[in-house]
Design a protein around this ligand. Sequence first.
Ligand code: NOJ
Length: 532
Amino acid sequence: MARWQDVNGIYQIYPRSFKDTNGDGVGDIAGITEKLDYIKGSTSSLGVDAIWTSPFYRSPMADFGYDISDYYSIDPLFGDLEDFKVFISEAHDRNIKVMVDYVPNHTSDEHPWFIASKSSRDNDKRDWYVWRDPKPDGSPPNNWISVFGGSAWEFDEESGQYYVHSFLTKQPDLNWDNPAVRKAMMDVLDFWLELGVDGIRADAVRWISKDSLLRDDIPNEEFKTGEDPFNALIHRYSRYGESLFDYLKEMAATVEKHPDRIILFEDYIDNHLDLHEQYADFYAVNPSVAAPFNFEGMHTAYSARAFRSYIDDFQKMLTSEQRPFYCFSNHDMPRLASRFGEKQARLIALLQLTLPGIPVVYYGDELGMHNVEIPPEAVQDPFEKQTQLGLGRDPERTPMQWSDEENAGFTTGKPWLPLASDYKERNVESESTNSDSLFSMYRTLLELRRSSALRTGVYDEWSDSNDSVFGYTRQSEYEKLLILLNMSDVDGVCGQCFIGGVICDTHKSVELSISQHLILQPHQGVIIRCKT
Ligand code: NOJ
């Protein structure tokens, strides 16, 4: 099995939507196992070395598995522990690493820990969650709000106290300041690592430490109506508490006990904090096993200037031992093809898969799947149900498009979310036999990442970047690659003399002779192997 340092990419699977084997309309673990050849191991595979699966643990599914009622078992909807063991062993047989989701900030309110905690003020699990008395007028202890809307505090009539939930009321936050909680959560990590998982994606970590004085968050003067209500406050005290990085170090130390494992932290950049300091703090946790995702590409405008400044800046900030994990989309963000446009999605793929580190690709983006409009009666996402702002996450979670069969070959039952209307044309079967497809481009790029300068080559700025074209080089001892991306609607002139050969082209149209100036068509991206 490849070591993490040689992994060419991570493929995120949202289990509910990948492949259903029992006809209940929801994907399952046996479905992921069935489709492992799609990921790696056969001549038509995508060719990615690792997968990350979103949660499959026992859960009432209020937040589709991010509300866990038993960290040690698999929800019957997805199968059982035996299915998981088969899955991991089959994945390892194909040299695919498996990363699983870890949800440390909150449990389900149906978790036995919370049931005990809620049962009385004297219960020995009371202090496993964050309970506080009301203010004298009966209102919540402070102004903190939940990511999913409304106060972050829920009143419990029986015990006369509030508990904090940074997400749904059904997702009470654990009290990480309690050493017994930390011990229990380290045991969870050990269990899955001992079972053979290769990596951990740690959910919503910034909330695990809160201000010990529980001070009010700060009103955001720039908030506009219609925006996500969560932006009404600057979340200065409800997260990034003083012990956050100590707790993350404990997690990393647990992971480090097991050889060649990693832990990736989910952390979106908080615009009210210093960008570089945030990255530096997360990387300082333990650079040999831990890193934050880089999500900036999810919010960066599609322009050569914006991407140049984002990537050049971030690359410059990294030290040689800090590894980037560029993640441009996931189950919480609109799909690449919808956010950037269909043509643009090819260029974005070329960009993401030519950057250093390990790119994280969301299932279906390799086919150009787009956001699907969800009629009101079909809405599933609790966030959308609660806010009704049209910001829900169902559109990017629709079933994987395997073939032109009924329900795209995803299920023989009724899919839990509607399928995209274009699935008959846009699917694995049709794209894997078409050498011009987006899927084929992903395959080519993932293959190139195995051996070329894309694997270990040093990233360098390309000084001739302009308003249309963003460029950079990747150079190893043996090879120098120049990546040029025209992120505009007009022809992009690359004002330099080129000597080399094109080894990948989003438009399949450039032919470079020995030396020439290059003009790229709108949204065209190329990799040039430079003659040195
Ligand atoms: C982040 C996850 O990605 C998201 O899907 C979930 O709703 C929240 N954390 C709460 O766990």
